[in-house]
Each structure stands twice: as structure tokens, then as C-alpha cells.
Design a protein around this ligand. Structure first.
Ligand SMILES: Nc1ncnc2c1ncn2[C@@H]1O[C@H](COP(=O)(O)OP(=O)(O)OP(=O)(O)O)[C@@H](O)[C@H]1O
Ligand SMILES: [Mg+2]
Length: 239
């Protein structure tokens, strides 16, 4: 029988020059779901994503993607396997055009040949990027930059997308749009791991989530349960 689990993180511990940032973090993500990570500033959310994308090597513990150990593998090999990371702030190439930025996202052997078709597909999802394909990335508005970062992440045709605060700094209209895009990716069968500060909106669209505090998972469950949890209401929803 085919496994439903796409990502398995098992007892991961990670350090920055001797200071422990993640403590025994374990969770699994099922194929086709939106799994959210909630936590305050400095709680270890981005660090956790970095241990999955190979930017950071856990000191102990395992990360498995589609049943294969990936901790310790180089970041580009992890992209090749089908994981895409849309980092905090997007990390665009500011002096390259919209189209060149998108093409950089397809710079792996698995998808390079099909990049023209993929690009057309991304322009269907984000017509705003098509209209601005020749414009330099640094001259885009904040919302347009975020769309470009998401579009570039999709150019590698990922099975699993990791989003690090995609709604950060956006006006309410763009926040809604980014959340719509994420939901539409799930409809296309892409699994999503979503880090967000916009807790209510996130728990409304995600299937399951956990709360991380000081590098430790302190609460985990289905999002409808978390929305009703007294702890989440008090600490994250301001109720
Ligand atoms: N390169 C680094 N060197 C040393 N310490 C780091 C480094 N990156 C992160 N840290 C520390 O690790 C802890 C977790 O940071 P991390 O970036 O994972 O938090 P976060 O949950 O993503 O926070 P935010 O919501 O502010 O983005 C913080 O205390 C941070 O100062
Ligand atoms: Mg972060």
C-alpha cells in the first residue's frame, strides 16, 4: 500500500554555535494537506524549515521525504527530489527581470526541459507576473515580489512546498490573495508546510498545525480543534 506520509521529522535537535534552537521536534505531514506551524518570533520556525531544505544539518534526529532520509543531503538535491522552499522575504534576484527570476526556479535537471510550459502555467496562475515579465524584480511592489517568490518556488514543480511567512508585510487584499493561492495549490495536489504569523487565517485554511515555543512543539492537532483551544485563543488570537 502506498504511504500517505510525505514528510516525517523525527526527534530533530539543532544548534547555532552551541545554542540549542530545536528540541526533539517530531511531526508528520500527509500527502495533499496544508500543515501549519504557528509560533512567536524566535521560536524556531525558520530553523525547522532550514533543517528540511538542507540549509541546516540537524545535530540529531531524522528527516524523511517520501520514505527517503534527506537530512545531510545538499539543498539542491533536495529541490531535485521535489521540495521547494519559499523563504522569508522571498530572496529574489533584484537585478534580474521577473521572467529571469522565474527561470532560475527551474534550474534543476528534473524540470529544466519543460520550463517554457511551466512558465506559461505560472503566468496563468499569476497574470500580474506575465504583465511585468520584463520588469526588474527590485522595482516590484511588496505584494508583487511575494507573488514572484511563490511563482519561482513553483517552477521546480514541487510535491511539497515550504512557505515561510508568505503574507508578511502585505496589505489585506494581498494577504487574502496569497492564502487563496496556497489553497489552490492544495487543490492541484501539492502538499504545503506553512509558517505564518497570521494565525486565524492560517488555522482557517490549514488541515493540521502545531504550535512551537522556544524550539519545542507544545501543542498539535487539527485546526478546528486548535481554533477552539483556550491556549491558542489566549496566546495567538488575542481573545
Ligand atoms: N544564523 C543564526 N545564528 C545564530 N542564531 C540564530 C541564527 N538563526 C536563528 N538563530 C536563533 O535561533 C532562534 C530561532 O530562530 P528562527 O529564525 O528559527 O525563529 P522564527 O520562529 O523563524 O522567528 P521569526 O518569527 O522572527 O521569523 C532565535 O533565537 C534566533 O536568534
Ligand atoms: Mg522566521
Amino acid at each position: 500500500m502506498e504511504s500517505k506520509t510525505i514528510l516525517k521529522v523525527n526527534n530533530v535537535n539543532a544548534f547555532y554555535s552551541g545554542i540549542q534552537a530545536l528540541w526533539d521536534v517530531s511531526f508528520t505531514v500527509e500527502k495533499g494537506e496544508i500543515f501549519a506551524i504557528i509560533g512567536s518570533n524566535g521560536s524556531g520556525k525558520s530553523t525547522l524549515l532550514k533543517t528540511i531544505t538542507g540549509i541546516m544539518r540537524p545535530a540529531s534526529g531524522e528527516v524523511e521525504f517520501m520514505g527517503k532520509r534527506i537530512d545531510g543531503i545538499a539543498p539542491h538535491s533536495i529541490v531535485e527530489l521535489g521540495i521547494s522552499h519559499i523563504p522569508e522575504g522571498g530572496r529574489l534576484f533584484p537585478d534580474m527581470s521577473v521572467q529571469e527570476n522565474l527561470e532560475m526556479g527551474a534550474y534543476i535537471s528534473r524540470v529544466w526541459k519543460e520550463r517554457k510550459e511551466t512558465l506559461a502555467h505560472i503566468y496563468d496562475i499569476f497574470p500580474v507576473l506575465k504583465d511585468r515579465q520584463g520588469q526588474l524584480a527590485r522595482t516590484l511592489s511588496g505584494g508583487e515580489k511575494q507573488m514572484l517568490a511563490v511563482g519561482r518556488g513553483l517552477m521546480s514543480k514541487p510535491l511539497l512546498c515550504l512557505f515561510d511567512e508568505p503574507s508578511y508585510g502585505l496589505s489585506p487584499k494581498f494577504v487574502t490573495e496569497v492564502f487563496h493561492v496556497i489553497e489552490s495549490l492544495r487543490e492541484r495536489g501539492i502538499t504545503i508546510l506553512l509558517v505564518e504569523q497570521n494565525v486565524r487565517h492560517t488555522l482557517e485554511i490549514a488541515d493540521r498545525a502545531f504550535v512551537i515555543e522556544n524550539g519545542r512543539v507544545c501543542l498539535e492537532g487539527r485546526c478546528n480543534e486548535l481554533l477552539n483551544s483556550e491556549y491558542v485563543k489566549k496566546a495567538y488570537l488575542g481573545l
